[in-house]
Design a protein around this ligand. Structure first.
Ligand SMILES: Nc1nc2c(ncn2[C@@H]2O[C@H](COP(=O)(O)OP(=O)(O)OP(=O)(O)O)[C@@H](O)[C@H]2O)c(=O)[nH]1
Ligand SMILES: [Mg+2]
Length: 363
């Protein structure tokens, strides 16, 4: 009886893992093999009344390439979770009458915009596919061999050999999806990141009163009245020690590496000294990648609807004291539930995003 229950638990756990993975796959390891070149042909002309026709073996066709193509309709690497091996078509062999073998078709693999491609063995970055419609040849097809028609010389009029096609390239690849958003939300679990995303965009992330509700990143588009838009990414909650694998770990911070701005979401109801929270969040970011702290950031002190005005002011002042100078203007008190303070926050985010976009155009 106990065994049956254990087994049932295992199955449930496995199907749960499967469900989580099926929904958002952001890393994949795949094998790609380009088509081999077709061999050249050994053949001699045979025609009525033409004795000893010369060599007429055609060339082999080239093998197809394996090509990655970014497609904005594809959002995850899920397709590469079930199928791992991919082969492009081989070139056909050459034929008599100098007929060239058909080239193998290229194999086009559609990947999401934001896919980073590495060689699995060397770790070398082969490409960073950040634009829609971008292509990357990841395995080149082999060349077709030349037929014997190429090898006739005055002294060797009947060559009985032809070239073999060369093999297509093959390799293992690591595909890694890094979301491209303007603003990345970083905070402890339960701080209200998903609530904020659902408030400011039409995204419908799962929201609940327990930690680690968000297991996969969610994206949403903020549209301001002036026709301005920017993209916000809500990622899973971080906890102290995430770099050692605590909580959900910190691997998902890779999605923040590409955002233009970080918006820290702090829960005002957590403890007296809220500045400790921002310090530990920044420490975790630093331990993942020190460059993350060089990014522009804003701070939103969330859930202000839950505490009295005086207490709110005191906490806000304490936080502002920590960030003297211009950073003090980057702190906003908000309620993702009532909407208080959100307009100012969005305007500040939009300004900051625009500034960075413009500086990117200039550089
Ligand atoms: N009163 C109040 N509750 C809020 C506010 N923002 C979020 N909450 C509540 O806080 C809880 C957690 O909210 P989520 O949006 O799921 O938090 P999260 O940061 O996405 O959490 P994880 O996905 O677990 O990291 C939910 O019960 C929300 O209703 C707020 O401004 N005021
Ligand atoms: Mg969440």
């Amino acid at each position: 009886m106990v065994i049956v229950t254990q087994k049932a638990c295992q199955i449930t756990l496995l199907s749960l893992c499967y469900l989580i993975m099926a929904r958002f796959v952001d890393q994949a390891r795949i094998y790609v093999k380009a088509g081999d070149g077709g061999s050249g042909c050994v053949s001699f002309r045979r025609e009525k009344y033409v004795p000893r026709g010369g060599p007429d073996g055609g060339d082999g066709g080239d093998g197809g390439d394996v090509v990655l193509l970014t497609d904005p309709q594809v959002h995850t690497l899920y397709d590469f979770y079930h199928q791992v091996h991919f082969y492009a078509e081989n070139g056909k062999h050459g034929m008599g009458k100098k007929m060239k073998g058909k080239d193998g078709e290229d194999l086009i693999l559609r990947v999401p915009v934001g896919t980073l491609v590495r060689d699995a063995e060397t770790g070398e970055i082969l490409g960073d596919l950040t634009k829609p419609g971008q292509t990357l040849v990841v395995a080149r097809g082999g060349k077709g061999g030349r037929g014997n028609a190429h090898f006739a010389t005055p002294t060797r009029q009947a060559p009985k050999f032809a070239e073999k096609g060369t093999p297509g390239e093959e390799r293992w690849l690591i595909l890694e999806l890094k979301l491209i958003a303007d603003v990345g939300l970083v905070g402890f679990p339960n701080a209200g990141k998903s609530t904020l995303l659902s408030r400011i965009t039409s995204a419908k992330p799962k929201i609940a009163d327990y930690p680690f509700t968000t297991l996969e990143p969610n994206l949403g588009v903020v549209s301001l009245s002036e026709g301005e838009t920017f993209i916000v990414a809500d990622i899973p909650g971080l906890i102290e020690g995430a770099h050692k694998g605590l909580g959900l770990g910190h691997e998902f911070l890779r999605h923040i590496e590409r955002t233009r701005i970080i918006l820290y979401i702090l829960d005002i109801t957590r403890g007296e000294d809220i500045s400790k929270d921002i310090e530990s969040l920044q420490r975790e970011l630093y331990l993942y990648n020190p460059k993350l702290l060089e990014k522009d950031f804003l701070i939103a002190l969330n859930k202000i609807d839950t505490i009295k005005t005086e207490e709110r002011k005191a906490k806000l002042e304490r936080l502002k004291a920590l960030f003297k100078g211009e950073h003090a203007n980057k702190i906003f008190a908000i309620s993702a539930v009532t909407g208080e303070g959100i307009k100012d926050l969005l305007n500040a985010l939009a300004n900051q995003v625009n500034k960075i976009r413009q500086s990117e155009v200039l550089t």
